[in-house]
Design a protein around this ligand. Sequence first.
Ligand code: ES4
Ligand code: ZN
Length: 324
Amino acid sequence: MKKFIKNLPKAELHLHIEGSFEPELMFEIAKRNNITIPYKSIEEIKKAYNFNYLQDFLDIYYQSAAVLVTAQDFYDLTFSYLKSCAAQNVRHTEIMFDPQTHTERGISFETVISGITKACKDGEKKLAITSLLIMSFLRHLSEKDAFKTLEQSLPFKDKITAVGLDSSELGNPPSKFKNVYEASIKEGYIPVAHAGEEGTATYVWEALDILKIERIDHGNNALQDSNLISEILNRDIALTVCPLSNKALKVVTDLKDHPLKKMLDLGLKVTINSDDPAYFGGNINKNYFEIQAALNLTKHEIYQLAKNSFKYSFINDTLKEQYL
Ligand code: ES4
Ligand code: ZN
C-alpha cells in the first residue's frame, strides 16, 4: 500500500508555503539575516510544536515566518517545498501564501511574490512540477486590510490564480469579507476559503453563499448539517482535507475518528493535503499513509482521492486532461 501511494501521481491543493518552513532552513535563514529565534536546537523546536488548537499553532507560525526577509528567502522556502513534492510524486501544487504576514512587518508584496514565483518557474523547468498561487487574506485582520492587500496584488495579477481566507477562524466568519471577495472575483481571482475547521457549518454556508467559494479548505464541520452536505454535492465543490493537521490541532482526537471516510461514503469530493507539513508531523504522502491505515481505506479509495486532486485543481482544461 505504501508503495502504491508513493508511486501515485498526486496534486496538492491545500498548502501554506509559510507552513512548509522546515526548522533546518529556518535556522539557516535566521542566521544569514541576523535574526534571533527563540530556539537553540531542532529538538527545542519540535518540543514547541505541541498544539491544543489552531491559535497555539498560528502564534508560532507567524513568529517563524518573521525570519523571511529577502526575495531569496522566499525562493529558498518555495523551492525547498517543490523539491519535497518531486520526491513524493506530487506533480502539481496550488500554493497558498499570506502576504499580510510579511507586509505587516515591512516586507514588500513584490519581494514576497517575486521569490515565490521564481521558485515556481524553476520547479516547472527543473522538477517538472506545475504550480499556481492562492493569495490568502488573514481573517483576524480587517476587511479594509484585505482590500489593501488586494490592491497590492493587482500589478502581479497574472501570477495569482485564486484568493483564500485563513488564520483564526472562530470569531472571524466569512461574512466579514463579503465585499473584498466580491471585488476579488471581479478582478478574475477564483474564490476559496478555510471553513469548518474550528468553525461551525454556518461558516461553511457563509463561505458558499456570501463569498461564492469554488472549493472548501477543510470543511470537516459541514457534516453537522445534512442540507449543507446536499448543497456541496449539488454544486460539485471539493473539500481539501488535511488529516495530520486535524490531528495536530485537535480538530479530531484520533485519526480513527476522522470524518474523511464518512465524506467519501456521502459522495463528497475529497482531496488529501498536508496544510503545514513542517508543523504537523508529515508531508502529503504521510497524510495518505496514516489516514489509509486509520480508516482502512482501499486502493480504489486512495486512487479516487488522488484523482480528485487533479480533477478539482484550478489548472487549465488542456493540462488537466493530461493529468487525468
Ligand atoms: C492554517 Cl491549518 C490553518 N488554518 C487556518 N489558517 C492557517 N494558516 C496556516 N495554516
Ligand atoms: Zn490551511
